[in-house]
Structures are given as C-alpha cells and as structure tokens.
Write a protein that binds this ligand. Structure first.
Ligand code: ADP
Ligand code: MG
Length: 330
C-alpha cells in the first residue's frame, strides 16, 4: 500500500514543533462531518497538545481522500474518470489504483455482487427526494455494469472504460480505506488505543487496558437499539444496512445498496456486518455480503481466514459465520 509522504512529514513536523513537556495524558474524541457521514477519531493521547495536532492531521487525511474519491465533487479524480475514461486512459492517483484493485478482488470473489460500476444504475436513484428509475431507464444503465470492462493499468496508473455509459463509485470501499489510513497515522505516532469510525466502518487499535472494547451492531428497525454487542480488539468492523439511505413507495424499500445484476436495491437481508483485519476489506465485504444474502454471504465469509460476519435476514433473524458461532458456544 502506498502512502502520502507529505502527510507523514506534516505529522513529523507537528510532533517535533509541539511542546514536549507539561501536557497531560487524556482520552481525545472528535467528530466531524466528512465523506457524507459522521467521522469520529478517538484515542488515548499521552500528551494532549500533540494529540490535538494529531487529530487535525487525521481529519486532514479524511478530507484529502474525500476530495479525491467523492464522485459528486466535480474537481475530484473520480469525477474526471467518469467524465473522460470512455474516451481513453485517465491518469489517476496511487490511492485510487489501490482501492480499485482491491475492489476487483472482491468482485471476483463474489462473482460481481460487489462492483464499483454499479454506479451507472446508482446515479439514477435519489433517496433524499424519493426517486427511482423506470424500467426503460434502468435497462441501459444495468447493461453498462461490469467491472471486467474497466481497464486498470497499475504500471501506468490509468483507468479506461471499455463500455459506453459506464461510471464508477467507490462508496462501498472508500470510507474503509480512509479509516485504515487514519489508523496508520495514529499508529505511526505511537497511539496504542483508539477507535476510528466513518459511518458504519470502524477500526479499533488495542483494547481498554485489561479487556476488549464492546462494539454494538445496530438494530435495523429500532434506531438506538442493538441486536448484539461483541468484544473486539485490533480489528475492523463494518455494517451495511437498508436503513441508512432509503425511501419507501408502495410498501417497497428503495435503498443505497444495489444488486449489480438487477440495478435494484438488494433485498435479501436487512443488515450485514463483517469483521476483518482491515477496514477497507470489512467495508467492501459488508456491502458484498449484503448483496449475496445469508447462504452465499456466509459461505464466502467462511472461506476467508480471519473474516467473520453477522447478518440480520429479511425476517429479523440473526445469522453468524462459523468461527463466531464456535466462540459464542465456548
Ligand atoms: P454506507 O455507505 O452506508 O456505510 P455501505 O458500506 O454498505 O454503506 O456502502 C454502500 C455504498 O456502496 C453505496 O452508497 C454505494 O456507494 C456503494 N454500493 C452500492 N451497491 C454496491 C455494489 N453492489 N457494489 C459496490 N458498491 C456498491
Ligand atoms: Mg461497505
């Protein structure tokens, strides 16, 4: 994975310039609105002054990645790809190469349930204003979805679309990637206990001294309630739910996770949570498992070492991956 050298330098300089003595240790916690969601950074700082500077550095990294990967920002690299990649190769940043490459890995594992080119259909929905496309409008958009028609040249750092009408959106993986970058910055500064979250994607460094942190999985139909609380340390967890961005019409729920095969909201489950070492992976996998549903989703997760899942199905029943089932029976 490539990192931005400028941020590491910034971090180094801020640490060198910060007053070295007199500051106390404290648990620092801050939330800001970024990447279309609430981003929170919490950690144990041995020195409050340096800790505050570190918080700013971490949020600056979120901001940088948001500006780069947000398709709705006309100045982003992503917007340029969507505008120009039909005509020929577009030069992109190393971060986008990494994220797109990883997204292809999950596309192949899931036979296309995870597909960043879902966006040609995704763009036709407006959840805030309750708009969904008619079937005539959806058909050509659905025909443009196929990650295998995205040409990624990792050597030259370029992307080209082989299909007319194609578009990409990294909304199912970019927040996880940003959380991992934040955790790298915290760890490089010596932080030993932290939680970084961007919406439904969290990563935890360390524990609470003598015990693991308890992380709750939201109830998909009762806001403020949890379906289960699990102990976690040094890992990432992401939840994809049909309750995040949605509207209902004629008893049908239209929400932001699409089945690339139909171009419509995936309806097999209500929420899928995935635990994995990296937040980029838990993020992409929670979306993937949501689309795959209980049986295919759990068999994918059970085939991946170190990865676990908790699914709330369409009737509200809970399903656990094999390793979690074993640990709950211990
Ligand atoms: P949230 O963004 O609410 O944290 P998810 O991690 O589940 O939730 O990601 C949902 C986002 O993933 C959508 O807003 C969209 O940008 C993107 N997405 C939706 N369907 C797919 C899909 N089939 N493959 C890849 N990305 C998807
Ligand atoms: Mg996700």
């Amino acid at each position: 994975m490539r990192h931005s050298p400028s941020l590491f330098f910034f971090l180094l300089i801020t640490l060198v310039l910060a007053p070295a003595s007199g500051s106390r240790a404290e648990w620092l916690s801050e939330t800001r609105h970024l990447m279309g969601t609430e981003v929170s950074v919490e950690f144990w700082a041995d020195d409050v002054t340096q800790g505050r500077l570190l918080t700013d550095t971490v949020f600056a990294e979120f901001k940088r990645l948001d500006l780069m990967m947000n398709p709705w920002n006309p100045a982003s690299v992503l917007a340029r790809i969507n505008l120009e990649a039909h005509r020929g190769p577009v030069t992109v940043t190393p971060e986008i190469v990494d994220v797109v490459q990883r997204s292809f890995h999950f596309s192949r594992l899931s036979e296309g349930a995870f597909d960043i080119s879902f966006a040609s259909a995704g763009e036709l929905y407006d959840y805030r204003n309750g708009r969904a496309p008619a079937s005539e409008e959806l058909a050509p958009a659905r025909a443009a979805i196929d990650y295998r028609q995205i040409e990624l040249d990792t050597g030259r750092s370029t992307i080209r679309f082989r299909r007319e009408g194609m578009s990409i959106d990294l909304g199912g993986i970019a927040k996880g990637y940003a959380v991992d970058r934040a955790v790298s910055l915290l760890a490089a500064a010596g932080v030993k206990s932290a939680v970084v979250s961007a919406g439904g994607d969290s990563r935890i460094i360390g524990n609470l001294g003598d015990r693991p942190r308890m992380i709750g999985i939201r109830h998909p139909r009762k806001p403020g309630d949890y379906v289960v609380v699990i102990p976690l340390e040094d890992t990432a967890i992401s939840t994809s739910g049909d309750y995040e961005r949605f509207f209902e019409r004629d008893g049908v729920r239209y929400h932001h996770i699409l089945d690339p095969g139909t171009g419509e909201s995936a309806r097999a489950v209500r929420s899928a949570s995935v635990i994995a070492p990296l937040a980029m992976d838990s993020d992409a996998l929670s979306t993937t498992v949501f689309v795959l549903g209980v049986d295919k989703g759990l068999s994918l997760v059970n085939s991946l070492p170190g990865v676990d899942a908790i699914i709330v199905d369409g009737e509200g029943r809970l399903h656990y991956s094999a390793e979690l089932l074993l640990s709950t029976k211990e």
